[in-house]
Structure formats: structure tokens, C-alpha cells
Design a protein around this ligand. Sequence first.
Ligand SMILES: NC(=O)c1ccc[n+]([C@@H]2O[C@H](COP(=O)([O-])OP(=O)(O)OC[C@H]3O[C@@H](n4cnc5c(N)ncnc54)[C@H](OP(=O)(O)O)[C@@H]3O)[C@@H](O)[C@H]2O)c1
Length: 276
Amino acid sequence: MGQVVWITGASSGLGLHTAQQLGMHGYDVIAGARSFARDKAVEHCLSIPLDVTDEESIDAFAARALAMAGPPDILVNCAGMLILGSCENYPIEEIERVMNVNFLGQVRMIQRVLPLMREKGGGKIVNFSSINGLLGIPFEGAYTASKHAIEGFSECLALEVKPYGIQVMLVEPGDHQSGSAAYRPHSKGITAASPYRAAFETGTAVIAHDEENGSDPDVLGETIARVLKRRRIPRRLRIAKMDQRLAVVLHDVLPAWAFDAIIGSYYRKNKEPRKK
Ligand SMILES: NC(=O)c1ccc[n+]([C@@H]2O[C@H](COP(=O)([O-])OP(=O)(O)OC[C@H]3O[C@@H](n4cnc5c(N)ncnc54)[C@H](OP(=O)(O)O)[C@@H]3O)[C@@H](O)[C@H]2O)c1
């Protein structure tokens, strides 16, 4: 029997590709997502319904996963969502929703697996962050806050669980062709009267363009599967194109006014949709 992986958000996008790649690399993958309650299943994996915002759903997922494959060696926290909107106009309820899935959802899963991993004598926890966990871009305020939160939480967690043989890794993807732009909600706060409307249209067109031209999610999944085979895993696994890696470096070394000028002008440029 291979190592047991629990992976959340495995019904689409990066989670689906990562789950499949883990399965192909010989892991016993237990995949969770809300839509598994309906019709979906994932090749190379056992699929169980899971809502990471609901403690009862997490308990039911854990009970079924434990019965099927025993305690997890690895948790991959991939479930996530993005609501595009302006910091001034986001209804608080939208920020709460994003934080609830992206940050608290990961925390709930971590708290659920830690007693199992401690009892087992070790484990690996993989938390999906983003390049947005390291820097901000316009109109991703709620998402960026959630990813910064998981960055900080993971650093504290790693220090606390090391004595129990448990390692923590943050995955920091740049733009990938996940397909999620097609069903991504826009904030209710961006009304026709919003002063941010025009900048929002231009900025979100740039975001959509960059995702459409993003990296291959299978390569990301394959990289994670390969890195997890190592005895010692890195704290951060950045999987991004050169320009997005460079942005992180510039963010850390440039004065804020200079970095803001570069990023601001980038998201003010109109991007034509990719020619098919
Ligand atoms: N795509 C990118 O370019 C990119 C870049 C950087 C980071 N990321 C990160 O990668 C992860 C996946 O992103 P993606 O773009 O691939 O998104 P996606 O295609 O929208 O997939 C999101 C996944 O999360 C699941 N999910 C959402 N809410 C959930 C909940 N309450 N409980 C359980 N599962 C839930 C969805 O499944 P159900 O709807 O079936 O529940 C789906 O499987 C996210 O953490 C995201 O922040 C993505």
C-alpha cells in the first residue's frame, strides 16, 4: 500500500490535476470536494464529499477516509475560491466567505489531521498559497488576505509540529490554466456606479489573460507529487513563470512607490483575449 494522501478541492483545477498526478505516482489518494456529493469522481482516487467550511462534513469525510485507507500520511489543502472586487466595495460577507474557504477551511483540515499524524509519528501538510500570498495585485483583496493568512499560519504551524515529525510546505503557484476564471464570481460591490468600475474591467481582463496564458496544471501536480517523495520537503514550493518570480523579488527589494508604479501600470494595460 502507498502513502495515504487526503486532498481537498480535488474536483477541478489545480486540485484535480494534483490528485490525479499523486494517484499516478502511487499514492493512495482520498479526494474531497463538495461536488463529489453529486456526480463527480476522480480517476486514480477515491472521491468523498467534503465541504471545508462545515465541521460535520469534515468529520464525515474523515470517518469514511479512515475506514477506507487508515490515517493520512499527507494532507494537501487545495480547496479555494476567488471573488474579484475592490477593497472599498467588498461586502464584508464576501470577504468572510473567501476567508472561510481559503484560510479557515485549511485550518479546520489541519486541526483534523494533526492528532492522527502525531499518533502515527509524522506526516506532511501541504497548504496551497499563491504568489498572492507574497504580494498584492488590484481587485484580489479578499483572496490575497486569505493567502497571506495561510502563509503566516503555516510558518507558526511548522515550528510547533516539527517535534512530532510533521513537516509543512506552502505551494505558491503563479498563474495556471485551471479553467476557474469561467465560473469565478465578481463582487456585488462592483456596481455600474462604482468609482472602480473602469479600472476593475481593465484589471480583471489582465488577470483573465494571464490565467489563460498560464502554466500547465499537470506540471504543477507532477512537481508536487515528486517533491512529496523527498524525506525532507521545502517550506515553500514556488511554481511560477519567471516574470511572476521576479515580481516577488522586486516586491521585497524595491521601495513601495517603485513597486506600486510597476504593478499599477501592468494592471492598467488592456489585454486582448488570446487568439484561439
Ligand atoms: N488557478 C491558478 O492560477 C492559481 C494560482 C495560485 C493559487 N491557486 C490556488 O490553487 C487552488 C485551486 O485553485 P483553482 O484555480 O484550481 O480553483 P478551482 O478550479 O475553482 O477549484 C477550486 C476547488 O476547491 C473546491 N472547493 C471550493 N469551495 C470548497 C469548499 N467549501 N469545500 C471543499 N471544496 C471546496 C472546488 O470544488 P467543489 O466546488 O466541488 O467543492 C474545487 O475543487 C486554490 O487554493 C487557489 O487559491 C490557483
